[in-house]
Write a protein that binds this ligand. Structure first.
Ligand SMILES: [Zn+2]
Length: 217
């Protein structure tokens, strides 16, 4: 199901998809809060008014019965849950956000806004374009050599391939998340046309998945 209103899908179809999701979750009427993703590192703290929008690439909240989500079609989604203080997060990390440690910035935001201990955080790194299909240029290599300290690039057949999953895993560890609390869904969006939208595979004309988190207890 496509969850973006800016890729040519009629808005009523997207609204229907949102309703299907709510029905499936037993979350009738729950707000779905998203942001205008800009490949940066800004984190939106979702509080009382549940207002979304604005230029951010991650959302965190302690508010129950609200779905926070990021939209992807190759970029890496990272979902965070801190079960002690009951805080969740959703992160959008393309190569720029990955290199700038947006996943770590989101963990920092959970700590500073809600007092979360990073070692209590459980993270899931979701499907993104895999290193099998993610051929990149020097710009990415240069960006990965900064805050990430290099790595996560492999050379094959004269091309350079990037590992977004591994890089985001490192970003989380740098922020204090325990390696054993990081779960990776190691599926490539580009390799699985029956399962996923893929910006690369579909030449830019594709839908967007919604990667969401919410507190329902
Ligand atoms: Zn692939």
């Amino acid at each position: 199901m496509n969850f973006s209103r800016s890729v040519g899908d009629p808005p009523e179809n997207v609204a229907r998809n949102e309703d299907i999701l709510r029905e499936h979750l037993g979350a009738a009427g729950a707000p779905i809060v998203t942001v205008n993703q800009v490949h940066g590192t800004s984190v939106l703290i979702v509080e009382g008014g549940c207002g979304g929008g604005g230029d951010h690439d991650a959302l965190v909240t302690a508010r129950p019965r609200v779905l926070i989500g990021v939209k992807t079609a190759d970029c890496t989604p990272v979902l965070l849950c801190e079960p002690v203080r009951k805080v969740v997060g959703a992160v959008h990390a393309g190569w720029r956000g990955t290199a700038a440690l947006v996943a770590a910035r989101s963990v920092d935001a959970m700590r500073s806004a809600f007092g979360c201990d990073p070692s209590d955080i459980v993270a899931v790194i979701g499907p993104s374009v895999g290193r099998c299909c993610y051929r990149v240029g020097d710009e990415v290599a240069k960006a990965f050599s900064k805050d990430l300290g290099g790595g996560f690039l492999s050379e094959e057949n004269g091309g350079l391939f990037a590992d977004l999953h591994g890089a985001n895993r490192k970003a989380l560890v740098l922020a204090g998340v325990r390696p054993s609390n990081i779960h990776v869904i190691d599926l490539c969006t580009a390799c699985n046309p029956g399962l996923f939208f893929s910006h690369r595979r579909d030449g830019g004309k594709t839908g967007r998945h919604l990667n969401f988190a919410g507190l329902w207890t």
